[in-house]
Design a protein around this ligand. Structure first.
Ligand code: ACO
Length: 330
């Protein structure tokens, strides 16, 4: 008799580059100050990749740690999914570059684009590939070099983001629950509120596009704030309903680390403020890497232990959003 087909996270890893950029450092670069940034976002500092580090370099470091944590060799991995909005290149996929760097020569590889929601979407994809029998060992990575896509002259965006990567290894080990069902959604009618408008096929690279600084991330902050609170809050409730789990049984909530005020608002709305994991002060918003880094830290700090249920919830450009419930099985 075979094992019951469930999928579990069997290892986690994360990596942030060495260089730290504090709010005070930003004061020297744009017209801003530590008080403004901290009071509106909860951020104190962020990590910035070196010039010779690309997104795949960050992802590969996180992946190596996750594989070591899982006790799995790179050759055993048969699928790598990288969630990113800051790929090394348009093609080949960042996942292919990660594959080469870690020596996962038996894996097939692709990237997934769901902006800041990417890691949760990729986790669901990886889980379903295993459930469908198409893969046995999946490496899911959220990796971002946001600093390469920020307008360092625009104080409304450049202070909000950081670089980093997080990874998990998935396998079916016959655990009872593991990664439970996710709810996910998208609304393309709101795409313009958070996007990088230039240097794709809509507005190909040209002197005019570069002059208008369209190669950088743009955002309508207040609209994003409103939708993020509403969508993440509702997603958590729906994910709990879908998995028939009571909110009281959740040990820890890991929300997308976009901004502590968004997270506070969700915490108050759902009455879960004391169980939210928050690391935005150290890393700022690392987009698709954010919940992956937070998960790795929460596990390493013992916040999440074997048998605990936790919820991840995300929101990002697209708009995209979602939540899932996971039982920690390690
Ligand atoms: N330093 C100092 N002043 C600033 C800065 C800055 N870095 N940025 C903007 N300001 C100024 C503005 O110019 C404006 O000045 P004005 O009144 O003279 O015009 C003033 O501060 C207020 O600007 P608002 O944009 O209204 O500020 P708000 O209180 O809304 O805070 C923020 C802005 C932090 C971006 C907020 O809207 C927010 O948190 N939005 C959520 C967006 C988010 O988290 N995005 C992350 C990416 S999306 C994701 O990951 C889900």
């Amino acid at each position: 008799m075979g094992l019951k087909r469930t999928v579990s996270i069997i290892g986690t890893g994360s990596y942030v580059p060495e260089k730290v950029l504090t709010n005070h450092d930003l004061e020297e670069m744009v017209d801003t100050n530590d008080e403004w940034i901290f009071s509106r976002t909860g951020m104190r500092e962020r990590h910035i990749a070196a010039d010779d580090q690309a997104t795949s370099d960050l992802g590969a470091e996180a992946a190596k740690k996750a594989l070591a944590d899982a006790g799995v060799k790179a050759e055993e991995v048969d699928l790598i999914i990288v969630a990113t909005l800051s790929p090394d290149m348009f093609f080949p996929s960042t996942a292919c570059f990660v594959q080469e760097k870690i020596g996962a020569k038996n894996a097939f590889c692709y990237d997934l684009g769901a902006a800041c929601s990417g890691f949760l979407f990729a986790l669901e994809c990886g889980k379903n590939q295993i459930l469908a029998g198409a893969a046995k060992t999946v490496l899911v990575i959220g990796a971002e070099k946001m600093s390469a896509f920020l307008d360092w002259e625009d104080r409304t965006t450049c202070v909000l983001f950081g670089d980093g990567a997080g990874a998990v290894v998935l396998q079916s080990r016959g655990d009872e629950h593991g990664v439970m069902d996710a709810v996910m959604g998208s609304d393309g009618s709101l795409a313009d509120l958070l996007c990088t408008p230039g240097c794709g096929s809509r507005n190909p690279a040209s002197p005019a596009v570069l002059e208008q600084r369209m190669q950088y991330i743009t955002m309508q902050g207040r609209d994003v704030f409103k939708h993020a609170v509403s969508r993440m809050g509702k997603s958590v409730v729906l994910a709990l309903e879908k998995n028939q789990v009571s909110i009281d049984d959740i040990k820890c909530f890991i929300p997308h680390q976009a901004n502590s005020r968004i997270i506070d608002a969700i915490g108050r709305r759902l009455g879960i403020s004391d169980r939210i994991y928050l690391d935005v002060a150290k890393y700022a918003n690392t987009s698709s890497a954010a919940i992956a880094i937070a998960l790795d830290e929460a596990v390493n700090e013992g916040v999440i232990q074997k048998g605990d249920l936790f919820v991840m919830t995300v929101f990002g450009g697209g708009f995209t959003w979602g939540a899932n419930v996971v039982e920690w099985c390690k």
